[in-house]
Design a protein. Structure first.
Ligand code: SAM
Length: 262
């Protein structure tokens, strides 16, 4: 899968994220250790990241990874089932210290998950691990339920680097599906861009939605959201040093890191 396969640029972005995590892992002051990332990302993804992404873009990916690593281990989260939508080449099932009663369900395009399964086949995940190849624009809840997901128990959901690739209608459909599968005491982590950022290079032409108020969007589905912008306290980790204008300043490209509770 290459970025020239334009029908599946979005699949290639999974490789870009893995390449960025491999670059971060090489740093002496790395924010996380992803020892699998370099074997998951092909050379072309490293080239794309180095040539097309800015230093700020790459720092954002590192900060986002660490932000959601920490979120998943928040002391208040007691849920044992974690659903990662659009997990791509995320290796959290392998690299984080889960207890054995944790179940992780990863959903992404079949061809992306096949790459991961093939390359990580010799390694053992630190949890009960399910890979589900799906198109998230189509109904997928029954497949998750068939794998043993319990909708009557609390759960944690992660949508990292996904929503911008969906239209606004598709985002609402996805949040509705999640709503039907979640109980009180469930948690949700996600990132999204604002409307002004939809045309942001190098993703121009591939991002379809932006939201200026994640609080309002998630509030419609019963979530209370805490919203961070990279660089802010709790979302810079000493790595994202760019300072953005306050949120009420209009006409600024923004990306939001969100953790929410139902
Ligand atoms: N969460 C991973 C990470 O942070 O490394 C991957 C993020 S990557 C930017 C976007 C991912 O969304 C890709 O793995 C892509 O295959 C997945 N994706 C986008 N649209 C999808 C869809 N309709 N169905 C399934 N997966 C989709």
């Amino acid at each position: 899968m290459t970025h020239k396969d334009l029908d599946n640029f979005v699949g290639f972005t999974a490789q870009m994220m893995a390449a960025s995590r491999a670059i971060e892992t090489e740093k002496a002051d790395r924010l996380f250790n992803d020892p699998f990332a370099s074997s998951l990302a092909k050379e072309e993804a490293f080239t794309f990241v180095k040539e097309k992404l800015t230093e700020q873009d790459i720092a954002y990916i590192a900060v986002r990874t660490r932000f959601f690593d920490d979120f998943l281990f928040s002391p208040e989260i007691k849920a044992k089932q974690i659903v990662i939508l659009a997990s791509g080449l995320d290796t959290r099932a392998y690299r984080l210290p889960w207890s054995s009663d944790i179940k992780i369900y990863e959903l992404d395009q079949p061809q992306v998950l096949e790459i991961k399964a093939a390359i990580l086949g010799d390694f053992t995940p630190n949890c009960e691990h399910h890979l589900l190849g799906v198109d998230l624009k189509q109904p997928w809840s029954d497949l998750l339920l068939a794998q043993g997901y319990q909708p009557n128990l609390p759960s944690v959901w992660l949508l990292e680097g996904l929503l911008m690739y969906l239209t606004s209608t598709e985002v609402h459909r996805l949040l509705q599906a999640i709503d039907l599968l979640t109980t009180a005491d469930s948690y949700l982590g996600l990132d999204l861009v604002n409307v002004k950022s939809i045309e942001y290079k190098p993703y121009k032409g591939h991002w379809y939605s932006g939201f200026d108020s994640p609080e309002e969007l998630l509030g419609q589905y019963g979530w209370t959201a805490q919203v961070f912008e990279p660089g802010q306290e709790g979302a810079n980790f000493g790595r994202y040093t760019w300072v953005l204008p306050p949120r009420d300043v209009p006409d600024v490209e923004r990306v939001f890191l969100v953790q929410a509770r139902k």
